[in-house]
Design a protein around this ligand. Structure first.
Ligand SMILES: Nc1ncnc2c1ncn2[C@@H]1O[C@H](COP(=O)(O)OP(=O)(O)OP(=O)(O)O)[C@@H](O)[C@H]1O
Ligand SMILES: [Mg+2]
Length: 297
């Protein structure tokens, strides 16, 4: 076990050099109706080219998580067509969905790490879909899988935490482990559902910076749901605004007008332009009406 006392040096460029071709995502008239009758998405048509960085914003209950979850088949499409890469997700069977999920890295608000396991073990989970069962059962990951894990951890700046227990890390560090796990998958798409909602502002910026670098340097398609408008404006090259399950804005984040924000959030912004404060109040009222998100993990 001596070898485990010193973290190995990261292999240089293992992930980046062999970066897989990213995938585009196309929705054509996609509607999602939950079993209880709630409409999560209403006739949504979108074309997201491979290699895009997209921020999705909207009030609580507007359909942001539903949109992201349809893309890896967690929420079935009721009508319309959804294609992710070459896979037609709408109507796909279990085997196709499992294969699809192997290619999509997911990052959640709550990190979803195995707290008692080491950072390395958590990140190697990203190789599961690409590793024969006997190897995972024996923990006999290939050297290349480990190199991918080291390289991913290095690229989000926490290689030195390789052997720490995940639960011993700060929230920001845990989210970076989750991003490293997604990267180790060598994903064609990364879907992040409110990845910085439970982090303080400087840490949130650090994690958003990581997601942007993943997009810029590896060319991976990145979709990220965000609560904070300033983050969407800063990191989302393209912004998609949702309201009541419909797309009400789709364009450059930087060029959204006051009227666009009113469309998304259902009220005018103040003359002081205090988007966050106004959005915060809008969120509060939506939550009081019980329209908050369910089961986000
Ligand atoms: N499993 C479910 N069963 C029934 N209705 C659901 C389910 N999940 C979400 N909904 C409903 O679908 C709509 C869209 O929810 P969704 O979680 O996509 O919103 P969101 O924009 O992600 O909200 P938040 O900002 O709170 O995360 C809401 O009306 C919500 O109550
Ligand atoms: Mg949500």
């Amino acid at each position: 076990m001596n070898a485990q006392l010193t973290p190995p040096r990261a292999a240089t460029g293992v992930g980046a050099a062999n970066a897989p071709t990213p995938w585009g995502i196309d929705l054509d008239g996609v509607t999602v109706r939950y079993p209880n009758g709630t409409v999560g998405l209403k006739d949504v048509s979108l074309s997201i080219p491979a290699g895009s960085m997209v921020a999705i914003v909207g009030l609580s209950g507007s359909g942001k998580s539903t949109l992201i979850r349809t893309m890896n088949g967690l929420v079935p499409v009721t009508s319309g067509t959804l294609r992710v890469g070459d896979t037609t997700v709408s109507g796909a069977g279990g085997a196709a969905l499992r294969a699809l999920r192997g290619e999509i890295g997911m990052v959640f608000q709550g990190f979803n790490l195995a707290g008692r396991a080491s950072v390395l073990q958590n990140v190697l989970v990203g190789r599961l879909a690409h590793t024969p069962l006997w190897r995972t059962l024996l923990g006999a990951y290939r050297e290349r899988d480990r190199e991918l894990a080291y390289e991913a951890l290095d690229s989000v700046g926490i290689l030195q935490k390789l052997y720490a227990r995940a639960s011993d890390l700060s929230g920001g560090q845990q989210q970076r482990v989750a991003i490293a796990r997604a990267l180790t998958q060598q994903p064609k798409v990364v879907l992040a559902d409110e990845p910085v909602a439970s982090l303080d502002p400087p840490t949130a910026h650090g994690v958003m910076g990581d997601l942007r670098r993943i997009n810029e340097e590896r060319g991976i398609t990145v979709l990220v749901n965000l609560h904070l408008l300033d983050l969407a404006r800063e990191y989302g090259v393209r912004m998609i605004g949702m309201r009541a399950g419909e797309v009400v804005y789709d364009g450059p984040a930087a060029s959204a007008s006051d009227g666009d924000f009113e469309n998304i959030y259902g009220r005018a912004i103040g003359s002081d332009g205090d988007f966050e404060n106004i959005y915060g109040r809008a969120i509060g009222s939506a939550d009081r009406l019980g329209t908050g998100e369910r089961g986000s993990q």
